[in-house]
Design a protein around this ligand. Sequence first.
Ligand SMILES: Nc1ncnc2c1ncn2[C@@H]1O[C@H](COP(=O)(O)OP(=O)(O)OP(=O)(O)O)[C@@H](O)[C@H]1O
Ligand SMILES: Cc1ncc(C[n+]2csc(CCO)c2C)c(N)n1
Length: 256
Amino acid sequence: MTTTWHPTGLLEGQPAKPYGIIILNQPINRNALNAVISHAVLLVCADGGGNRLMKYEEDTELRKRLPDAIVGDLDSLSIEAADYWKCKGVKIVRYADQYATDFTKSLRWMRQEWDKQKGEDAELDVVVMGGLGGRVDQGFSQIHHLYMVHQQPELLRGSIYLLSEQSLSFVLAVGENEVYINQKSFAENVGIIPVLGLTRITTSGLEWDVSDWPTEFGAQVSTSNHIRSDLVKITVGDKRPLLTFELANGLCAAEF
Ligand SMILES: Nc1ncnc2c1ncn2[C@@H]1O[C@H](COP(=O)(O)OP(=O)(O)OP(=O)(O)O)[C@@H](O)[C@H]1O
Ligand SMILES: Cc1ncc(C[n+]2csc(CCO)c2C)c(N)n1
């Protein structure tokens, strides 16, 4: 089976499917959010993500959209930000559970909201505005969520993309993947990260293509590979690796 991916569509306002955005509590990559915010059908801030979006709103040059909700245990949302959003009529939803992260709670809320609007089978992709330069446990948790959602339809029916300081990342499917990219949205670096352990990959469209190549942490991993075509094909063995593309200069965070 072949899975096709259109990450450029997301970044250029022509998404293949409707998508929602979740803003985590990390410095916002303003250039990237500015590129995706207008076409989002839902926008949710995970707890302190509401503080980050309030700051983003101060910049008059950027595109804006009111969030549909701020979701979490609300231990990080400042009083100022809570008041700011309440005055604009934004819902603030508190889930106190100490066994789920505010990222998980935001995914659940978004899925339920889309179910209400479009019915239970309606697909919705999710773009997560994250940042891997903060706490290491939270950074790994962000990657963990990219995998976790595939087992849990109550959290996601669609694909999930992580937009961070300099990269767009997502989990490839088992089998053949065709990734259509416009080299305007991306710089040249690409990595295929075997997060789940030993798998085998075959690639085309990269500078250093490989064929039936075993990849595993501690053994060999393809990082700092280079895009050489608008179509990158990656065939994956039984364990799904993470694919990560370097964003073009204009989509990278100004500072991080
Ligand atoms: N220091 C950090 N580094 C990386 N990601 C973070 C960091 N802090 C928060 N996040 C991400 O932003 C989300 C919302 O953050 P929040 O403001 O609720 O912080 P938190 O209370 O420490 O997070 P949680 O309660 O979910 O563990 C978290 O679920 C996590 O995905
Ligand atoms: C084994 C285990 N490790 C950590 C936590 C803590 N924890 C995980 S998610 C979460 C909510 C954060 O808002 C908290 C406190 C737990 N419950 N169980």
